[in-house]
Design a protein. Structure first.
Length: 106
């Protein structure tokens, strides 16, 4: 049980890191695009180099996150593979609860 809780916490941390990295990439890309409106020649080349660098950094960050998330994915697959009926029962239970909650609203 403790292993599952640690895996969930680690997974949440990874998701938060990915979203913050993507948000930073979007903000910097928007800034660069706004700055590029009046650029011509050498300034445009410098801007392209900056955008290329940021995209390379984003790819590297995504690779790092994927590497960190892989053990969580493997642990989840191992658990599901080792306990298929428990997984089906829990999924059915969640589906039932969600169905009941949605049915009450209407």
């Amino acid at each position: 049980m403790a292993r599952k809780i640690a895996a969930i916490a680690n997974n949440d941390q990874i998701k938060d890191q990915v979203f913050s990295e993507l948000q930073a990439l979007i903000e910097e890309s928007e800034k660069l695009l706004n700055d590029s409106a009046s650029l011509v020649g050498e300034e445009a080349e410098t801007l392209r180099a900056q955008v290329s660098l940021k995209l390379r950094q984003a790819r590297e960050a995504a690779s790092q996150v994927r590497a960190k998330a892989q053990p969580v994915v493997d642990a989840t697959q191992d658990y599901i593979g080792g306990h298929p009926w428990q997984t089906v029962a829990v999924s059915a239970g969640f589906g039932l609860v969600i169905g009941l909650l949605l049915g009450r609203r209407y």
